[in-house]
Write a protein that binds this ligand. Structure first.
Ligand code: ADP
Length: 454
């Protein structure tokens, strides 16, 4: 499979003229690529060592505003710099752009050169290191669901985000004919990402008009998060190149199914799947049961990292495959956690709570941390639930709103222990700000409901 480039490959492709531009990118709190476009010659001569960005990049909202209340940076502190340290193992071609390569960066403190604690890549690396200390590695896969629209992003924005028309006229779940009509976008998405070293498995139509899903083969946790981030970026860019819009907003219409990002997880000891035990009725090892007990127990604490915006919580409605219950089940799509591959070497747990707007570094980090806690404390896993779990009054709920998820985040002794107070306080502030901004808005719904009749 074609893949990432070595630094020497980049040098030779720059010398031949095949590459002239290097995208040097960090990942922000929202999981977006942020950075600069370097001339390739400058990058291979000097900037490969490090470059800089304003440290507000880890303290803004989706609109790049500068909320007060972050301890790490502010107007008072002058919004200084972070070091962007290219991770040279992540150099890869960007085949959907001419003459372009990309590298992902770690964000470091400008003075100490230590990782910035609240940087998403650093947060995930910390939990991977904790797992490594226990003798395990994690294999993860995040599914990407999204909608394609008839018009381009620019047309839609200029039209005030009204009269949104998805690219297809009907529910296209598993449909080959309808997805053929979307191949001008999805074929380059699959092939360009594959050529960029991202192990694409497939794309398929999803259970709503205009909804697609991209599946990427499971990979070590950090690679999985890198793959997800680049794939999401590529989908938006390639749809844009073809005059269409791709949206990862979890719920764009009240009557339409939302978009998820399910996360498949398994632990490994070297090349051996540590979740598998052929002696168990479902093929689950004791380690897997402890891991899942931690995942389920702490789901309310970390829900914010699976659903970070006000809109994220609009996705959670009964009968839509978007689960809200902190229970597990065997191959049942209504539970928050689904056992997949029971009785096989590929036995794994799928978390189905996360929306298409999750930041994969943060989501994986908190779930790994919860699983590690379950292993360390040898937590007991309750038996699986059965049937339609939406109707199960005894099953626990995750927080049902951003306000509720912010409270469980803020008050989580577990997250404070595993992420650190500074990181929890940082993301709590981000969550509070999101709600404050929403509370300032006067929505269409309020006006339509009350303008005449209030
Ligand atoms: P689904 O029916 O949910 O689409 P798939 O069998 O297609 O399930 O697998 C979904 C994802 O699970 C894929 O991205 C795949 O690479 C990943 N996966 C398969 N085996 C494992 C494993 N052992 N650990 C983690 N992820 C895995």
């Amino acid at each position: 499979m074609p893949g990432t480039l070595s630094f020497d490959d980049l040098k030779s492709q720059t010398a031949s003229g095949a590459i002239d531009t290097v995208l040097v990118c960090g990942v922000d709190m929202q999981g977006r690529l942020m950075g600069k476009r370097f001339h390739a010659v400058n990058f291979i001569e000097t900037s490969y060592e490090e470059t800089h960005c304003c440290n507000y990049l880890l303290a803004t909202d989706l609109e790049m505003s500068t909320p007060k209340g972050f301890a790490s940076t502010s107007w008072q502190q002058g919004y200084g710099d972070y070091v962007m340290k290219p991770d040279l193992t992540t150099i890869r071609p960007v085949p959907w752009l001419d003459g372009t390569a990309m590298v992902l960066c770690d964000l470091l403190d400008h003075h100490t050169h230590q990782p910035v604690p609240h940087s998403p890549r650093a947060i995930l690396k910390k939990q991977i290191a904790r797992l490594d200390a226990l003798g395990y590695s994690a294999a993860m896969a995040t599914e990407l669901e999204f909608f394609l629209f008839e018009k381009s992003l620019d047309e839609i924005r200029k039209g005030g985000f009204r009269d949104l028309a998805p690219i297809s006229g009907y529910n296209e779940d598993y449909h080959i004919f309808q997805t053929t009509k979307e191949e001008m976008i999805m074929r380059p998405v699959r092939n360009h990402l594959f050529a960029a070293g991202i192990p694409i498995e497939n794309s398929k139509g999803e259970a709503e008009a205009g909804q697609e899903e991209l599946n990427i083969r499971y990979a070590p946790a950090l690679d999985c998060a890198d793959h997800h981030t680049i794939a999401k970026h590529a989908i938006k860019e390639i749809a844009w190149q073809h005059g269409h819009a791709a949206s990862f907003l979890p719920k764009w219409h009240p009557d339409r199914v939302g978009s998820s990002s399910h996360v498949h997880q398994s632990l490994w000891k070297g090349d051996t799947p540590a979740f598998a035990d052929s002696a168990d009725a479902l093929g689950m090892s004791t380690l897997m049961k402890h891991y899942m007990a931690g995942l389920i127990t702490f789901a309310p604490d970390y829900t914010y990292f699976l659903a970070p915006y006000v809109n994220s919580y609009k996705r959670f409605s009964k009968g839509t495959f978007a689960p809200t219950k902190t229970v597990w089940s065997v191959d049942n799509r209504t539970a928050g956690f689904r056992l997949c591959g029971a009785g096989t070497k590929g036995v794994r747990v799928e978390c189905r709570i996360g929306g298409s707007d999750l930041n994969p570094y943060l989501a994986q980090a908190v779930m790994l941390a919860a699983g590690i806690k379950g292993i360390e404390d040898k937590m007991d896993l309750a038996p699986p639930t059965r049937g339609d779990i939406y109707q199960d009054a005894k099953a626990g709920d995750i927080p049902q709103s951003l306000i509720a998820a912010t409270a469980t985040l803020r008050n989580s002794a577990f997250l404070r222990e595993v992420l650190g107070d500074d990181v929890v306080d940082h993301y709590t502030r981000a969550a509070e700000w999101e709600q404050e901004e929403f509370d300032r808005a006067v929505t269409d719904w309020e006006i339509a409901r009350g303008f005449e009749r209030a």
